[in-house]
Ligand binder design. Structure first.
Ligand code: F6R
Length: 261
């Protein structure tokens, strides 16, 4: 696991977008695993800029999102499908038929979870999985207690996630308390993981995920199990990291990062 601390949120966002773009240039038919939320809006804006100004080409790429609220159809303004269309898909040249999210209106949740995992496998698996982290440590919507081997499934959200996300709904009470999420096990099968964490309010949970014990009670700690995970944070989110000096040293000394310093 590499941890990279950048001075500003913008620097952290730009590095994340650049690593995604470089992966796409290397492998134009790659499969992105994508996240939603406030943190990712700036990443998607930067990818859209690269498409517009630098010709970054998504025509052959596919994407699978981590999660979707149960009960919301894709045209609902609060659905993650709507978010993705608005913040990314409508602003780049990915083929709409190559973008996938769990179906929030699926009648049979168990079947929908299995179908989604199969669809990921049929696409050859996720090449690069983008992750944020929730205030309660969730990745995707894997709330505390999610098995580290869990698969895509329906879950109940925590009161903390309700506090985090309900302000994004016009009427807070409209936020569904259940969602589909890729499982932690599903996420760990991706070839690479890129986790982006920004802002002071994430400092504690970031330190727990990256430097605390591996535990199902902090799903984000599962990045420690992955053998190609990069965690990119800004100064504010990284302020409680104990091994900060080492992270800075290896970013400067490791030739893999030479082009990104
Ligand atoms: C959503 C997702 C979540 C978010 C997390 C942080 O698709 O994967 O795990 O990354 O809730 O959300 P923000 O960025 O709004 O703080």
């Amino acid at each position: 696991m590499d941890v990279i601390v950048r001075a500003t949120t913008q620097d952290a966002v730009k590095l994340t977008a650049r690593l995604m773009a470089d992966e796409l240039r290397k492998q134009p038919d790659m499969v992105f695993g994508l996240a939603t939320g406030r943190t990712m809006e700036a990443v998607y804006a930067e990818l859209a800029r690269m498409h517009r100004e630098e010709g970054l080409n998504f025509t052959h790429a596919k994407s699978f999102n981590l999660d979707e609220y149960i009960g919301l159809a894709g045209d609902d303004v609060n659905s993650y499908r709507y978010y993705m269309n608005k913040h990314l898909f409508n602003n780049i040249n990915i083929r709409p038929e190559n973008t996938f999210l769990p179906d929030g209106t699926a009648a049979n949740p168990d079947r929908e979870g299995r179908r989604y995992d199969e669809a990921i496998n049929n696409a050859g698996g996720v090449t690069l999985q983008l992750l944020g982290i929730g205030r309660d440590g969730h990745i995707g919507f894997n709330e505390p207690g999610s098995s580290l081997r869990s698969r895509t499934r329906a879950v109940c959200l925590t009161p903390e996630t309700y506090e985090q996300n309900s302000p994004l709904f016009a009427r807070r009470e409209d936020m569904p308390m259940r969602a589909f999420t890729m499982g932690v096990g599903t996420i760990l099968e991706s070839q690479k993981i890129l986790m982006l964490v920004t802002g002071d309010e994430k400092a504690e949970i970031l330190a727990a995920a990256v430097e605390g014990p591996l535990t199902a009670m902090v799903s984000g700690s599962a990045v420690q199990l992955h053998n190609d995970a990069v965690v990119i944070v800004d100064e504010a989110a990284g302020r409680l990291l104990k091994h900060r000096a080492y992270y800075d040293f290896s970013f400067q000394a490791d030739p893999r990062w030479a082009a990104y310093r």
